[in-house]
Design a protein around this ligand. Structure first.
Ligand code: ADP
Length: 482
């Protein structure tokens, strides 16, 4: 298979029969074609689950130390190919190359983290009410797990699901987003080249509404992990619950950074710029609401204006680009509608656009607005683009109330020099990840990741929390008397 093609990879073989073929264009320069997707139809979901089922028993029997070796081999293969993977992803979905290199390095770390988990203790020994009975818990794999991923972290999100799933002894059917399927095929190639047995990891490339939906609603899965929009995630959760499949869904966010009067303004501004505009705001943990207390409002806006002058918008492969294009035409159209609404508010700061050929790609200038009501769509809806809104507040209590005035609950941050206020905020903010003097975005692979309210299904990913999801606990009792 050519490097710049993507097709399903089932049972260790690339799908021979091409269905619909779709051209992939570089979002930085839309006239440039970067690859081809061969979209599979709905039937591929069941075929892939069958292949995964066939591989399941042998993979389980290998034991976790051997599975850990397989993850280490995948880590080495990804590390060797890191530059090519980063460059491909940058051209496929527009993330700036400097950020993409960091994401691939994160992918290697994730694989190594779960490889290390393969030789750790699992379960506990629990005293039994009868003597001469050994009672203990152990972990067993779920079986065949479906993994549905978005395009915004084309390497890290798939790996933070696939690695713990495989380590726990599951086999996997992975459905990547259409806008990240070239990168997905490259990762599948690396897994194959590193010696992963056939059928242990299967890739189905196709439309979410066809192959994705078939996986969720009909294929005989034992577990399902999804990251994407809230609308799709809620449907996935309902379908999985109706079939009583263990599931987790990670969905949207509308994350607030609260800047209190005593904040270190420089620190707050740099965290807000990075949190709001890295990945062009296309992170579920992106800062999209900035809640600023009256006493620091003027200084914060001045400093933000200054900082935004240095934000470089440009093509993803340019080494100086800080904000790249949006990932796709659909993204561009959606975010542009919000940008028109934003233009009617008061613009506080905008990144310079001189020297950028805005028409060549899906570029939307990073912009911060103010004078918007707390109920405005710009403040309430997940935009998933480089737009953020400032809300003013008079007090700490008002800041917390505004922060929590959202249907989402993924991440929240406060900027203050008063640790007592910081700790009170960590208690009061309705979010799964809460921070003091740190940006809302940026995750640690060893720590639990997930949100409250409509941001997720209340379980956690990453760290050892993922091992809880991708396995079930068995309570074992052995009588060895008299
Ligand atoms: P976005 O709007 O950002 O593309 P989605 O939630 O639609 O986010 O997509 C996230 C992932 O879910 C992608 O892999 C997509 O193909 C898949 N998907 C979309 N619709 C469905 C569906 N009805 N059933 C299962 N998966 C779907």
């Amino acid at each position: 298979m050519a490097d710049v093609e993507s097709r399903s990879w089932i049972g260790g073989e690339w799908a021979a029969q091409a269905g619909e073929i779709v051209e992939v264009h570089d979002p930085s320069e839309v006239s440039r074609e970067v690859g081809l997707l061969h979209l599979s139809e709905a039937a591929a979901a069941s075929e892939a689950v069958e292949a995964a089922r066939y591989a399941s028993a042998a993979w389980d029997r290998q034991g976790s130390p051997a599975r850990a070796e397989a993850l280490s081999a995948m880590a080495a293969a990804l590390e060797r190919d890191r530059e090519a993977v980063a460059a491909l992803a940058s051209q496929e979905m527009g993330k700036p190359i400097t950020e993409m290199r960091g994401e691939v390095a994160r992918g290697v770390q994730i694989l190594r983290f779960y490889a290390a988990e393969g030789v750790r203790a699992v379960g506990e020994v629990i005293p039994h009410s009868q003597t001469q009975v050994l009672q203990y818990t152990t972990r067993r794999p779920l079986g065949v797990v479906g993994i549905i991923t978005p395009w915004n972290f084309p390497v890290a999100i798939p790996l933070w699901k696939i690695a713990p799933a495989l380590l726990c002894g599951n086999t996997v059917v992975w459905k990547p987003a259409e806008s990240a399927s070239l990168t997905a095929a490259r990762l599948a190639q690396l897994a194959a080249a590193s010696g992963l047995p056939a059928g242990v990891l299967n890739l189905v490339v196709g439309r979410g509404s066809e192959v994705g939906q078939a996986l969720v609603e009909a294929a005989p899965l034992d577990g399902l992990s999804f990251t994407g929009s809230t609308a799709t995630g809620m449907r996935v959760a309902a379908a999985a619950a109706a079939r009583n499949i263990k599931y987790q869904v990670e969905m949207g966010g509308k994350n607030a950074a609260v800047v209190l009067n005593d904040a270190d303004v420089d620190l707050a501004v740099s965290a807000v710029v990075s949190g709001a505009f890295r990945s062009a705001g296309q992170k579920c943990t992106a800062t999209s609401r900035i809640i600023v207390q009256d006493g620091v409002y003027g200084a914060f806006c001045d400093r933000l204006r200054q900082a935004m002058r240095a934000v470089r918008l440009g093509p993803a492969l340019h080494p100086d680009t800080y904000v790249g294009p949006l990932a796709s035409e659909a993204q561009f159209e959606k975010v542009s509608r919000y940008a028109h609404q934003a233009a009617r508010a008061t613009v506080v700061a905008q990144a310079p656009v001189e020297g950028v050929d805005l028409g060549a790609g899906y570029f939307v200038p990073p912009t911060v607005v103010t004078d918007v009501a707390p109920g405005d769509p710009l403040v309430q809806e997940e935009i998933f683009g480089p737009l953020a809104a400032i809300l003013r507040c008079a007090s700490f209590d008002e800041a917390v109330a505004l922060c929590n005035q959202t249907v989402y609950g993924l991440s929240a941050a406060v900027f203050t020099r008063d640790l007592s206020q910081g700790l009170k905020f960590l208690d009061a903010a309705d979010a799964g990840m809460v921070r003091v003097n740190q940006e809302t975005a940026g995750v640690e692979y060893a720590a639990p990741f997930g949100g409250l309210k409509q941001s997720g299904s209340h379980s956690r990913e990453q760290g050892t929390a993922a091992l809880d999801f991708y396995s079930h606990t068995k309570t074992c009792a052995v009588y060895y008397g008299p």
